[in-house]
Write a protein that binds this ligand. Structure first.
Ligand code: ADE
Ligand code: ZN
Length: 341
């Protein structure tokens, strides 16, 4: 298939984004704009030199830059602009549903109040629902390099806003910070009605995926690439229909895989895993939903059925109502029916 045809097909697919850190959508131009108005000096003198720093050998090298970039975000308006800019971008890519992560501790640890963060993000989401017809869910992530006690403090801060927050997640430095470290706070989070997800098996071993499932009781695994090291785990994931929210461009940029051609998504689909494709930190990894679909489809030579399966899986794996899932899945199927491939 011609590249331009593939791009056109991907553009038209109604898509759901289930794995995206809102702080990871901070594009260099917006970072400079917000830094200027907040009188914050960045360590880079131009967008160009900032972008040149986006070369990572592993997750930690990325996280160091990502947390530094997030330091420009101080006021509610900053979180609002960040989120609104992201939502307008994905609207242009025919994303119709988003489930966004935010990392409160990245901000509260710098003295920015929880209320400031969530108010900015939530107001932009509500506006996008009204004006762009993008439905949403919000997921609060605990930073796993910090202690469980600190996660408990974050949970406490979130409770006045619990009607705005749909779930909790676990992100940041995976190696050496297993899911077992957060058993109590996940249990307590569930008791408040939060759904549970966790990053696992991105850089960490398959054992961390077992822990996320068995000890944290998560309903979805973010990444989960390493499940393929363990046949019994793959069977468990299939039997329980556990979605894996994969992020192909992120995996290449963070050297989780060496080349896009090595990405396991096609193998996972073939095994019957509910695999989905997302963008993780689009401002840092070279692309949003369309670019992730495109680079993956091109490298793995995905066919029409596989592309459709990925789009259907994302709605299936979402936290939308059954009725809304069916509606979107029908739209995806109708769209592919209209394509003459
Ligand atoms: N926070 C933002 N992006 C992340 C990733 N890819 N893995 C873990 N934590 C993250
Ligand atoms: Zn992630």
């Amino acid at each position: 298939m011609e590249s331009s045809d593939l791009l056109k097909i991907i553009q038209g697919i109604p898509k759901a984004e289930l794995h995206m850190h809102i702080e990871g959508s901070l594009e260099p131009d917006l970072m400079f704009e917000i830094a200027n108005r907040n009188n914050i000096a960045l360590a880079y003198d131009s967008i160009e030199s900032l972008k040149n720093a986006y070369k990572f050998n592993n997750l930690q090298e990325f996280l160091d830059i990502y947390y530094t970039g997030a330091q420009v975000l101080i006021y509610e308006r900053d979180f609002y602009d960040l989120t609104w800019t992201y939502l307008c971008k994905v609207y242009s890519q025919n994303v119709v549903h988003v489930e966004l992560f935010f990392d409160p501790q990245t901000h509260t640890d710098r003295g920015v109040e929880f209320d400031v963060v969530i108010n900015g993000i939530y107001k932009a989401l509500v506006k996008a629902k009204k004006e762009l017809n993008i439905s949403f869910q919000l997921i609060m992530s605990y930073l796993r390099h910090l202690s469980e006690e600190e996660a408990f403090k974050t949970l406490e801060s979130s409770l006045p806003y619990k009607q705005w927050i749909d779930g909790v997640g676990l992100d940041s430095s995976e190696k050496g910070n297993p899911p077992s470290k957060f058993v109590n706070v996940f249990k307590e989070s569930a008791s408040h009605g939060y759904k549970l997800v966790a990053h696992a098996g991105e850089e960490g071993p398959a054992d961390y995926i077992w822990e996320a499932l068995d000890l944290l009781n998560v309903v979805r695994i973010d990444h989960g690439n390493r499940c393929l090291d363990d046949e019994a785990l793959v069977q468990r994931i299939i039997d329980n229909n556990i979605p894996l929210t994969l992020c192909p461009l992120s995996n290449v940029e963070l050297k989780v895989i060496q080349r896009m051609e090595d990405h396991p998504v096609a193998k996972m689909l073939q095994k019957g895993i509910l695999a989905t494709i997302h963008s993780d930190d689009p401002a840092y990894f070279g692309g949003y939903m369309n670019e992730n679909y495109y680079e993956t489809a091109k490298a793995l030579n995905l066919n029409k059925e596989q592309l459709m399966q990925l789009a259907v899986n994302a709605f299936e794996a979402s936290w939308l109502s059954r009725e809304a899932k069916e509606k979107h899945i029908l739209e995806v199927k109708n769209y592919f029916d209209t394509l003459n491939l």
